[in-house]
Design a protein around this ligand. Sequence first.
Ligand code: GLU
Length: 299
Amino acid sequence: MPAGRFAPSPTSDLHLGNLRTALLSWLFARDAGLSFLLRIEDLDQQRVAAAPGIAARQLADLSALGLDWDGPVVQQSGRFEIYRDAAAGLDTYECFCTRREIAEASRAPHGTYRPYPGTCAQLTETERAARRRDRPAAIRVRAQGATMVVRDMHAGEIRGVVDDFVLFRADSTPAYNLAVVVDDGLQGVTQVCRGADLLDSAPRQAWLAARLGFEVPSYAHVGLAINAAGARLAKRDGAVTLAALSRRGVSAAQVCRRLCASAGLPEADSAGELRQAVAGSPWWETPAIWAPWVVRADQ
Ligand code: GLU
């Protein structure tokens, strides 16, 4: 059954921006008659362990807004073997570069993704054996400078050069880009709706999906929530989680209305009501869905 999905990382409570993305991905899936899946992206066990109980709260918050999902919630931490098996046929190589070395070699502006310059791609077996004595290797896929074009519902055609991105970190943890593609492929995800911060990752992921023989999903990257200063919304911006808003007497239904309004959609008390209110209309043409949403946390 074709599906849409929401895939939070359980490292902090969902804030208004995450909740808005969840609501929109649910609406995209349900309005198209698709299944809707939830996946907990808990690859980074250290960060997850530092914030226990978050995944359960995330699910409870999504339920409080009226979102429902199909089948069991998948947790990436239990699927490392699956990612290893899926990657087994790929052309890969060991990479011994530190973050700093990559930063220095690629000269990308701070904060954006740095394409890997290929430093370790041509090491000889003797060189590799020597480097292995210093530090464990990450595993990168050999992409041979491929380009991939994806179609985003709002941004249109996005062309990206695919670098030799990491499949397994030096501690052998599967990397996000591998896990997300394998899971979307195996779970039958045909529609990826998520925050616009991941638009640049789409060509890389689509390329890997095609390499692994999966159908490339359709993409809809929606506007991110930002604070008054224009930075990405964070917990320190004030009452931006369902729990914090509830302490101020704001109900989940009121939050749902606020999320709908932020996306230029009819103000509904729950996801189900929103779905009914927009049924049969081209609701995704509303520009606010795709634009950054400036959140005033004191509202
Ligand atoms: N787990 C990612 C995040 O929380 C989302 C991944 C995705 O939607 O592809 O940012």
